[in-house]
Each structure stands twice: as structure tokens, then as C-alpha cells.
Design a protein. Structure first.
Length: 455
């Protein structure tokens, strides 16, 4: 499937655009989605690790209560779709049909919505395909690492009646929701700095050495896999280990940065960074990858019309040593929010001693816990062993609720578009070594004052 890029002029006029894709959906499908009691029948698009390990379990946790049911699995690799269908049948007890591609999936009359977890570069185009077929969709992150894909996806969703959620599950997590409310209350004060880390020491991270030999070109559709990328010879590693190779993924920014940078946009209401610089490299894992194993990116955030206000976000990630783990630390003059510990403390706040020196008032936060007791979620007999992770459970359930209510999900397409801007700026900084900005009017990533069209 190819989608023509929304022009910059058209993008600016999106609010007045009249593209209506809802007409392509059948009345039967739409009635099933909005009906209070009708079952919502769901297809799976891409049945790889993320789908099997996270989205399917999270879906099944709430499926019985919400009256949702899997009916089909679409995957262009025959082995993955057959094994995926058998896997879902075993967990759900329902008959699941394997289908060879998305066109065949959307030709069916019994698919009302889809879960999408394909390769990073495919998310936006597969989301557009779902929306244009009149289906609601839960689409994994990143929303897009190319601005044309991001603009086209936003355009398609906002000019349709479809409910689309993106896979930034922190937005449905109680501790993060409490942090958002605390910051919005004004008690925290102005954010002056954010430090984020995501460190692992796993040589096999994103590697699939046992699976790569199993994939033969004759068993899949390599041309369809590549979508709008420049056509390249078949490479099983770029198919199964896509996170290691640009342009199939940017690696660290696509996979991890978007989760954490999304909270910055959410907590502050800012749509994107004002600038980004990045540095890093492949320092240890010389396994043929093209995406860095170590990266530091620094973003400048603040009001787009007032450069005198703002704060810095420092993002670091490495595959070579796990010290520091995964952290999200928000600082104000009065203390710190630690999302790893789910606490607000006066750490680093302005103490009485140093305030007195300048005849100022001390500025120290009162401690606050952002934790919430996790209630046990009931499951039916067939899925009693299915748990999912709490954050993904909550985000998938929120999408289900919104499919019923037709309300905007917590992790909306606008949230996905914002994290895509930060992601694309980060990728441009990696590729050019330059300071990268963003033109609000044209919605283009800018390098040295010129549009950067490579992402």
C-alpha cells in the first residue's frame, strides 16, 4: 500500500479538509462497533513478539467483560500467521482465521477493529490502511519516524470517524495520571530540567538469531513488507531484527525515547521540542547493525512564542551497561518527581540555608506518593493464566472503552503525532550531527534553516 504525502499547504488546512473515509465502511461494521451490547470483532495485524507478549494478553484480560473477540490474524509470513492463529485460539478458545495480508483482512465483513504491531516503519501506513477501511485501531508506537507518514496518519484519523489509540501506555497508567494532575495543580512549580535514561546490558536485545534462519523469502512477501521504502534485496535480519537497521527503525529513539518523551508533552501541554541535538555511536555490539547502541539526545522545550521560558530534557540510553536502568526524573526549583519510584520529594529543592543567603524563601516540596493499589482483574476460564503488563492492560482497555463510547482515547493520535515530531527531530540530529528545529507553520523538521526531507 502506498499513501501520497499530505502537502505542507494541505496540512496547514487540515481543520478545513473534508476527506471522509467513513463511507468506505459497511453499515453493519459501524453498527457493531457502536452498539452497546454487540460483540466487537477484532483482527490482528502483525503477530510478532510485541503482539504475542503484550497486546494479545492485555486484550484478553478485558475481552470477555467488554465483549470483544479475536477473529483473524493477518501476517505476510506464513509461519507467523499460522502460529499466531493457533496461539490466539489456545488462549481464547475461539476459532481464529489466518489471512495472508491486510487487504484480505479488510475484505472480510466480520472485522470491526484491529490491533496493529508491525515493524516500526510500518505503523503509520498500517494505521492509515485500517482507518481508510473503516476500522477502529490500536496502533503500536512509534506512530511514525518519518514526518510524511506522521502527517498522513494524523490527517486520515482526524478526517474520519474511527477511534485510534497509539501504544504509549503511560497515558493510561494511574501513577502517571497522578503526576500529570500534580503538575497541572501548580504545586510542583515550573519544570527546570528532565533527565531520562533507558540502559540495558543484553547482547541479544532485538536480536533473533534462532528465528532468522527460519525465514525464507518464498514464505513471505518482501515487496509488501517494504511498503514505501526504497526497494532492497531480501534480508531476513532486516525483517526480523528491524530495530537494528535504519530505515526500518531508528532503534533507541523509535523503541524507547517515544515512551518517555511522550510524558513531557503530556505533562506540559507542549506539542514538540524547540530544538534537538544528539551524539552517540555503535561502541560495542559490532554485529552488522546500523542503529547506535549508545545515544545521548538533548532537547530544548518551552513556549514556542516565548524563548525566555523553558527547560531542558536530557535523554541517555546505552546497550553496553545497565547501571541506572530506566528512569524519568522531573525537576523543579522545589524538588523532584521520580516516576520510577512514583514519588514527589524535596530532593534538590531550595533549602533554608541557601535561601537565607539571598534573602529568599526556602522552596521545598512536601512528599507525595503517586502509587496506587493495583486491583486484580478477573478473567474467564480460558484466559485465567493471561495477565499482560498493567500499563498495556490499562491502555488497551481504554481503547476498548473508547470504541464503545466513541470518545478520544488517552493515547490519542495527537499524542502520537507529537511524539513523532520529537522522534523525527532526534533522527535528523543523529543523521546530520546538526542542531535540529521544527517549523510550526509547515510542520517540517529543519536543519540549518532548511527542510530536512530524509525522514
Amino acid at each position: 500500500m502506498s499513501t501520497p504525502e499530505t502537502t505542507r499547504r494541505d496540512f496547514v488546512k487540515l481543520g478545513a479538509a473534508a476527506l471522509t473515509v467513513a463511507a468506505s465502511q459497511t453499515a453493519r461494521s459501524y453498527a457493531a462497533i457502536v452498539g452497546a451490547n454487540d460483540r466487537v470483532r477484532v483482527g490482528i495485524v502483525g503477530c510478532g513478539d510485541r503482539m504475542k507478549q503484550a497486546l494479545i494478553p492485555s486484550f484478553l484480560v478485558s475481552a470477555k467483560e467488554m465483549n470483544f473477540q479475536f477473529v483473524a490474524v493477518s501476517d505476510i509470513w506464513n509461519r507467523r500467521r499460522e502460529e499466531g492463529a493457533a496461539y490466539v485460539e489456545k488462549l481464547s478458545g475461539a476459532k481464529i482465521d489466518p489471512v495472508p495480508n491486510n487487504e484480505a483482512l479488510y475484505a472480510r465483513k466480520d472485522v470491526d477493529a484491529v490491533l496493529v504491531a508491525t515493524a516500526d516503519f510500518q505503523h503509520a501506513q498500517h494505521g492509515i490502511q485500517a482507518v481508510n477501511a473503516g476500522r477502529d485501531a490500536y496502533v503500536e508506537k512509534p506512530t511514525a519516524h518519518r514526518m510524511d507518514d506522521a502527517r498522513n496518519f494524523l490527517h486520515a484519523v482526524e478526517n474520519s470517524k474511527q477511534i485510534v489509540a497509539v501504544g504509549t501506555q503511560r497515558r493510561s497508567t494511574p501513577a502517571y495520571q497522578r503526576a500529570y494532575e500534580y503538575i497541572q495543580s501548580g504545586k510542583f512549580g515550573d519544570i527546570v530540567m528532565v533527565e531520562m535514561t533507558w540502559n540495558v546490558n543484553q547482547p541479544g536485545r532485538w536480536r533473533r538469531p534462532d528465528v532468522v534462519p527460519l525465514l525464507k523469502e518464498s514464505d513471505t512477501d518482501w515487496t509488501r513488507y517494504q511498503l514505501n521504502l526504497p526497494k532492497a534485496p531480501f534480508d531476513a535480519r532486516k525483517y526480523l531484527e528491524f530495530r537494528l537497521f535504519w530505515p526500518y527503525s531508528s532503534g533507541i529513539p523509535d523503541q524507547w525515547l517515544v515512551h518517555q518523551i511522550d510524558t513531557v508533552h503530556w505533562f506540559t501541554g507542549l506539542p514538540h521540542p524547540r530544538s534537538c541535538v544528539a551524539n552517540g555511536g555503535i561502541y560495542l555490539w559490532k554485529d552488522g547493525r546500523t542503529n547506535w547502541d549508545t545515544m545521548t539526545a538533548v532537547f530544548d522545550y518551552g513556549p514556542l512564542d516565548d524563548l525566555s521560558k523553558g527547560f531542558q530534557v536530557q535523554y541517555t540510553s546505552r546497550f553496553t551497561n545497565s547501571a541506572g536502568g530506566t528512569k524519568e526524573l522531573y525537576y523543579s526549583n522545589a524538588g523532584m518527581i521520580d516516576m520510577d519510584k512514583q514519588t514527589v520529594t524535596d530532593t534538590g529543592g531550595l533549602t533554608k540555608r541557601y535561601a537565607d543567603e539571598m534573602k529568599m524563601q526556602p522552596n521545598m516540596l512536601a512528599p507525595v506518593s503517586l502509587m496506587e493499589k493495583v486491583e486484580k482483574v478477573s478473567t474467564d476460564a480460558n484466559t485465567s493464566s493471561v495477565k499482560g503488563d498493567p500499563q498495556t492492560n490499562a491502555n488497551v482497555r481504554n481503547w476498548m472503552e473508547c470504541v464503545r463510547s466513541r470518545k478520544t482515547p488517552n493515547a490519542s493520535i495527537r499524542a502520537g503525532y507529537s511524539h513523532s515530531i520529537a522522534l523525527c527531530m532526534n533522527v535528523a540530529a543523529i543523521q546530520t550531527g546538526q542542531k535540529v528545529t521544527f517549523d510550526e507553520k509547515t510542520q517540517m523538521v529543519m536543519v540549518a534553516g532548511k527542510p530536512y526531507d530524509h525522514i
